[in-house]
Design a protein around this ligand. Sequence first.
Ligand code: SF4
Length: 236
Amino acid sequence: MEIIGNINSEESMGLVDGPGIRYVVFLQGCQLRCKYCHNPETWDINKKCTQISADKLIKKISRFKSYFGNNGGVTFSGGEPLLQPDFLKECLKLCKEKSINTALDTAGVGFGDYDEILSLIDLVILDIKAVDPDDYKALTGKPITFFKKFLSDCQRLNKKLWLRQVIVPGLNDNEKNILALKDFIAKIKNVEKVELLPYKTIGVHKYKDLGIKYRLDGVPDMDENRCKELEKLLFK
Ligand code: SF4
């Protein structure tokens, strides 16, 4: 039986979602409601977007294989790719068969059964929305426990991790947050890279179109130099 995915969009030459040149697949659906999300159109799991079988998608992606070089490949992003687990697993199996490197760009909040997905994935790019449970809930609308369960599964299965946090002016652009993040990351193994991503206001217009209230109205783009300075604190 064909396993069909619900894809919001695709990008054939992504340079920021993992190592090398990558084909990025943005899956529809997310259970979080991050205040700064610039893809609110991906939230609704029931919204029908591009329906494609895993087989067809990976056949299409394999045509780009020569561009991937030594370290490129495919990144499954979203939305939250963990919300389409059967489709994701099938895609990952097909990528393995074709020796295509795979990365999962995730906030770690799916349905809780991640072992098979993690056994198939080469790299997990994990968003740490916040490390304090109250801050996490205020930012995303969900308890931090789901994210922690995913992280502990990654650790048990020794998955290679890239960790990220979006830095927002007035919200978490302070040394206290960065030092708490540093402490949190120090306890995690297999971390290959840590990045702070400056908040950007791109995507704010989408909220108007969708009739959703934007909760960070008036908050400017994060200063990139300040973000880099804060990032240095992580590695001191
Ligand atoms: S996890 Fe990603 S897609 Fe989901 S709400 Fe947060 S920023 Fe948006």
